[in-house]
Design a protein around this ligand. Structure first.
Ligand code: SAM
Length: 245
């Protein structure tokens, strides 16, 4: 997967290159990550990329010319969809991460200040993505969130191929609880079923805990999901248990 990022702060992306799963993905060349700085596409001595908004008001706006030239340069090497990170975009979720992770190439545009001149959004941007209903100072952290989410899904990047499919949201449920050694930690014991080695029982216990957690914490996920017969039975049993308490 090829990822090109248009950003005034290319150094921020070193965090992805130097740490954890994203470092592994980029070192193994499962993905390539390059940054383009609009300041390198300005024509004046001060390398100006922003100007005051027409109509007045606070803040500055990213000017169209340097961005247009920068996008032209990116387009020499990357014809993938151009995504503007924006609080006004469609909200990122695991379904969208999976869709984007399946593409061979992507371009991200990170805004700063009050955002990008609308004419760039209209003429060059394919899609807008938000990482949630709050406002960041710039699109870089949003792009990094999206890139990390995608890179961990690429084949061979996670230690076990199963681990991404068992995570929260991938099957429409929250993940089950996890335990590691010691067996007894300050009087809190690992549930016995996990020590017994009976994989069918362990699977059933985990599914039960996933359903229970999802119902308590994110009932909206259950409403949207087609439940299997087994899941439906487990939920009914959980309801009965709760009513008996
Ligand atoms: N004036 C804009 C608005 O209210 O919609 C907000 C501009 S914000 C201060 C600067 C930049 O941060 C935006 O252009 C965008 O690239 C990025 N940004 C801020 N919040 C974001 C979010 N929730 N998701 C994705 N990008 C965001």
């Amino acid at each position: 997967m090829r990822i090109d990022v248009i950003t005034l702060f290319p150094g921020m992306f070193d965090v992805l290159r130097e740490n954890g799963i994203t470092r592994i993905a980029l070192e193994r060349e499962s993905a390539g990550l390059s940054c383009y700085n609009p300041r390198d596409f300005t024509g004046d001595r001060h390398r100006t990329v922003d100007d005051r908004p027409y109509g007045g008001g606070p803040g500055m706006v990213m000017m169209p010319e340097p961005l247009d030239r920068c996008i032209d340069a990116v387009r020499q090497a990357n014809s993938g969809p151009l995504i503007y990170l924006s609080p006004q975009g469609e909200t990122l979720d695991q379904r969208l991460v999976e869709e984007l992770a399946g593409l061979p190439s992507l371009v991200f545009l990170c805004g700063r200040y009050e955002g990008v001149d609308e004419r760039i959004l209209v003429s060059r941007v394919d899609r807008e993505v938000s990482i949630g209903d709050y406002v960041l100072a710039g699109g870089e952290l949003a792009a990094m969130v999206l890139i990390e989410c995608m890179l961990r899904l690429l084949p061979g990047v996670l230690g076990s191929a199963e681990s991404a499919t068992q995570d929260s949201f991938s099957a429409g449920l929250l993940d089950h609880p996890h335990y590691t050694r010691p067996e007894d930690y300050r009087g809190m014991r690992v549930p016995g079923v996990l020590l017994g080695g009976n994989h069918a029982e362990i699977g059933r216990w985990r599914l039960n805990r996933s359903l229970e957690r999802t119902r308590t914490r994110r009932p909206d996920l259950l409403e949207r999901r087609m439940l299997s017969e087994v899941e439906q039975q487990l939920l009914t049993a959980l309801d009965t248990e709760q009513n008996d308490e």
